[in-house]
Design a protein around this ligand. Structure first.
Ligand code: KG4
Ligand code: ZN
Length: 332
């Protein structure tokens, strides 16, 4: 089954052609980093406008690179939420119209399910059930994953998402947007023990997170070290990153043990973080747990993961109706 995936939930316009939820024939991601960089964060209205400008060339490029003819497409999968409403609507309306014109089924996909299914695009995916840590700019969630489309939320952030904390700390340090990648790089040159930031475990037997305290601690450090902090950027980055990683690694391994799972998956933009990848692998190994992390290009927002999740809906015979709408947040 050949599926065209489309993703426009935030600041990436992406399209991808995937066979049987597994084999990526093409994956195009047009980043809007340049548009949002001067503002230190995503400006929703600018994101929608940029999606409108590039959605047609991005889809055409994905089709061209895949080497297929559009008549070979069996279905279209598109992100319906959570995300920025204006941004989502661009991909969503495009996908509906394209599917209608081609007279093929279409599937509205939950963006978070897309991230979870990104591990199945790799050569050694986890067996079910497994425990997943989804760490992105908007979410820090732990799931007990039962099938491709069934999962139980075990814990989530009570304030900032991990990626959001990376972005905000980078902004405070004047490093630009998006901050995760920059902090990741600078951390390698710093000493994580030189400046100690707090670890927020909340309840050590629970799976919720809180990252606003670490963010505030960095802000306070900057305020109280106005004269010297610019010479300490690498150590601040390393200290901040270490405090986030300590908590993420502890909780995902504890959750897997609680679930009796010997397989963990990491997904989402922050799963691209080198320190996190290394640390979870190391900690999990000691516990006899296998870790599955997608390649870096599949951690951040992309449309291959949307096509993959859509495939499993289609296998279950689930297709979307034309009156389906987008949504901005997951209802609790
Ligand atoms: O999954 P994603 O592309 O979009 C959302 O669904 O939110 O995640 C974007 C987030 C941003 O906050 C970005 O700073 C963070 O992922 N990120 C990283 C790294 N690369 C991207 N955070 C830490 N280390 C990285 N290497
Ligand atoms: Zn995402």
């Amino acid at each position: 089954m050949i599926i065209l995936g489309i993703e426009t939930s935030c600041d990436e316009t992406a399209a991808s052609v995937v066979v049987d939820g597994k084999k990526i024939l093409s994956s195009i991601v047009a980043s809007q980093d340049d548009v949002h960089h001067p503002f230190g964060g995503v400006v929703p209205e600018l994101a929608s406008r940029k999606h409108i400008q590039v959605i047609v060339p991005v889809v055409n490029e994905a089709i061209r690179k895949s080497g297929i003819d559009i008549k070979q497409l069996n279905a279209i999968a598109v992100t319906r939420g959570p995300g920025l409403i204006g941004a989502l609507l661009v991909g969503f309306c495009f996908a509906k119209a394209y599917a209608f014109a081609l007279d093929i089924p279409w599937i509205g996909v939950n963006h978070l399910e897309g991230h979870i299914n990104s591990v199945f695009l790799e050569s050694s995916p986890p067996p079910f059930p497994f425990t997943a840590l989804l760490v992105s700019g908007g979410h820090t969630n732990i799931y007990h994953v039962l099938t491709h489309t069934e999962y139980r939320l075990m814990g989530q952030t009570r304030d900032d998402a991990a990626g959001e904390a990376f972005d905000k700390v980078a902004k405070m340090l004047g490093l630009g947007y998006p901050g995760g990648q920059i902090i990741d790089r600078l951390s390698k040159e710093g000493d994580p023990e030189k400046i100690a930031f707090p670890r927020s475990y909340l309840d050590k037997t629970g799976f919720d997170f809180s990252f606003s305290g670490i963010k505030t601690a960095v802000s306070r450090y900057i305020q109280t070290h106005q004269d010297e902090y610019k010479q300490q950027i690498q150590d601040i980055a390393a200290g901040f990153q270490a405090s986030v990683i300590d908590v993420l690694s502890y909780k995902i391994i504890y959750a897997a043990k609680k679930n009796g799972c010997s397989h963990i998956a990491l997904a989402g933009g922050v799963a691209a973080n080198n320190g996190l990848r290394e640390r979870v692998r190391k900690d999990a190994f000691k516990q006899g747990i296998t870790v599955h992390i997608p390649s870096v290009h599949l951690c951040g927002d992309n449309a291959a993961m949307i096509a993959a999740a859509g495939y499993y809906y289609l296998v279950d015979g689930k297709v979307s109706k034309m009156d389906l709408d987008v949504f901005s947040r997951v209802k609790r």
